[in-house]
Design a protein around this ligand. Structure first.
Ligand code: MTE
Length: 321
């Protein structure tokens, strides 16, 4: 297992040349070699692409970084699951542009001493932003390495003062048919709801996430605020959150409701427990596909056992899948 804190001298993604600048430079170099003139190929225009650069989201390097190579930005932002925008991997990038991410609020309710509605601008200021380079494993058998920007969910939890009855936390995604063409489909009961046990929600690994690669989240990745739980299958990390609810009973989550025999509440990455329809022993790392596709062994708890195995001590993980 390769867990480390990045040494100080290593640049974070946000310190590296803005993505569109170097992409544009490469286009210009190629075009110059081919004797083609590109529009805007002079002076300041060198630093400008056709679309405005997404807003920067500076962050200090956080803990639990992996040495695995980050998945290229293009793959992270064009190969997505976000069923509210369609079922194909390229539907979210094509359809999520219409999602309006300002104004945006997140209601925090249920078993808390200080319930309330938080504006996104206040949430962005709630705690220092960290860059966390996490491995992410989708239940479908593919994985990515993503430099997320956010802070531990625990920072929000402590501010809302959960009561003694708060045993679980529910997360609700926006459900707006006017903006989300996919919610007319009956593939899931909307809104998309996920849940964590309180100790999982308070794990220092669990992130409230606002950005990736040093920039604000693209809509298709769950703008303006999503959950990231790296030791669980990707579907536990729901996107575009509008409600966080503290409850006493284990929540019924969207995937658990739609196919309980396939998707349990815990959904920890576990190479020893197969999905009823396929093995979970290996994974395909997106962006690494070559002529011969390399399969990697999937790691217990996606490689985060040191941080989270103790949460499940004494539990039969075949039963609590
Ligand atoms: N959240 C919502 N609201 N709707 C979804 O369809 N898909 C999940 C998860 N969060 C999903 C969601 C699944 S299956 C995965 S693998 C991850 O988002 C993918 O996140 P990414 O597109 O940012 O890589």
């Amino acid at each position: 297992m390769l867990i480390r804190t990045p040494p100080r001298h290593e640049p974070t993604a946000s310190e590296i040349t803005p993505r569109r600048v170097w992409q544009r430079r490469r286009e210009l170099v190629r075009a110059a070699a081919a004797g083609i003139a590109l529009p805007g190929a002079s002076g300041l225009a060198l630093a400008q692409g056709p679309k405005p650069e997404p807003a920067k989201l500076p962050a200090k390097p956080g803990p639990f970084g992996t040495t695995d190579k980050p998945t290229p930005y293009k793959d992270v932002t064009t190969y997505n699951n976000f069923y509210e925008f369609g079922l194909d991997k390229d539907d979210p990038v094509r359809n999520a542009g219409r999602l309006k991410t300002r104004p945006w609020t997140v209601a925090v309710e249920g078993e808390v001493g200080k319930p309330g509605t938080f504006g996104i601008e206040d949430l962005l200021k709630l705690a220092p932003m960290e860059e966390r380079v996490y491995r992410m494993r989708c239940v479908e058998g593919w994985s990515m390495v993503i430099p997320w920007v956010g802070f531990p969910l625990a920072e929000l939890i402590k501010r809302v003062e959960p009561t003694g009855n708060a045993k679980f936390v529910e997360f609700h995604t926006l459900n707006d048919p006017k903006q989300m063409p996919g919610v007319s489909s009956s593939v899931l009961a909307w809104p998309y709801v996920e849940g964590l046990r309180m100790d999982e929600a308070n794990s220092p690994l669990t992130l409230l996430t606002f950005g990736l690669y040093g920039e604000v989240l693209p809509n298709q990745n769950g703008a303006p605020i999503r959950l990231v739980v790296p030791w669980k299958y990707g579907f536990k990390s729901n996107k575009s959150l509008v409600k966080i609810r503290f409850v006493e009973k284990q929540p019924i989550t969207s995937w658990n409701r739609s196919a309980p025999q396939e998707y349990g509440f815990f959904s920890n990455v576990n190479p020893n427990v197969d999905h009823p329809r396929w093995s979970q022993a290996t994974e395909r790392r997106i962006g690494e596909d070559g002529f011969i596709q390399r399969k990697r062994p999937t790691l217990m708890f996606n490689g985060y056992a040191d941080q989270v195995a103790s949460l499940y001590a004494g539990m039969d993980l075949k039963r609590f899948y």
